[in-house]
Design a protein around this ligand. Sequence first.
Ligand SMILES: Cc1ncc(COP(=O)(O)O)c(C=O)c1O
Length: 390
Amino acid sequence: MAYSDTQTTALIDLPDDAPIQLFDLKTQQALIRPALEQRWIDILDHGRFIGGPEVTECEEQLAEFTGCADAVAVGSGTQALVMPLLAMGIAEGDAVFIPGFTYNATANAVLLSGGFPVIVDIDPNTFNMDPADLVRKIDAVKADGKLTPRAIMPVDLYGLPADYSAIQAVADAHNLRVIADGAQAFGGKDQGRWVGNIAEITATSFYPTKSLGGYGDGGAILCQDKDFAERMRSIRWHGTGDNRKESVRVGINGRCDSIQCAVVVEKMKLFEAERERRIAAAAIYDERLEGIVARQTALDGQENGYGLYTVRVPNRTEVRAKLSDAGIPSGIYYDMAIHQMPAFSHLAEEGSLPNCEAAAQDSLSLPMHPYLSANQVHKVCDVLIEAVKA
Ligand SMILES: Cc1ncc(COP(=O)(O)O)c(C=O)c1O
């Protein structure tokens, strides 16, 4: 892909006295705005608001960038999870294994498909699905005999890929499919492979605050099998065949519109340079916070895409208040594990997923975006270090 030098070198540090933000979409917007304005004009002129040439352009660039066989742009990250489940024929009585510390969309996607989400505990260091607990949960489902294990849906939380080497080995041993929920992780890597080219199928989200976001809802299915991708293209258009009239299978409106695809194409031109800057900010956090607070840590051979930078602090309420008093925003993703939410309380007993429940109590996400200056990151560290001591 041709990255323009002017765009990649135009990335800037915000002034040290600029407000520190959890995410920053405006600085980036200023860089891509002229190109986007031209894109709007082009789209208004050709008038193909759905299924315009921007959709194919976006899909080709996603596949080229990640190295996956094919990419299908869809209407949201949630649709990118539901559609592969539909294509696999997941239905009542089928178990899909998900981690218990994730955005609610992961559980919703499985329930919407008709499957049953079986919740797996997380590893307290990576915040991602614990492969050892996955094995225990598969064995328990098999022993119980009421559900049929069909698929595993690991989540790449905060930008860090799940432990796919271990999870794929478990999937192979039990003949299960793997659908990666990479909604937060575009830009993550495992053993040199980009998220989107690690698992057989990966869902990603273009929600605006994601590392690769649009200016509205959108997402993509990145997969290793071109025939599977064609099925996704049929499913996203109500399951129709080539003439887009008769449904040849059950489908939904899963389309991503031309405008969102154009935004993603323009943002991709900045993506690698932005990712480098996220990694540079994270390196400062890592160095300053070493030995002071526990942080999300990558396994050997993994690279975090740093959608978020997340630490664990026992006195979270006080720490947040002190950060806020110093003008520093922070975020909690998430203050409830999946089975602690009313809609999902039937999925697991309180107390049965200790690492998920602990993470819901003490995880705290710090400002992370490509335009933070080094001094801004140091300021966050100064305040955080004082606050955790108190
Ligand atoms: C882990 C995870 N899965 C799925 C989704 C759903 O993506 P979307 O909001 O684009 O539907 C999100 C979005 O925040 C997410 O964080």
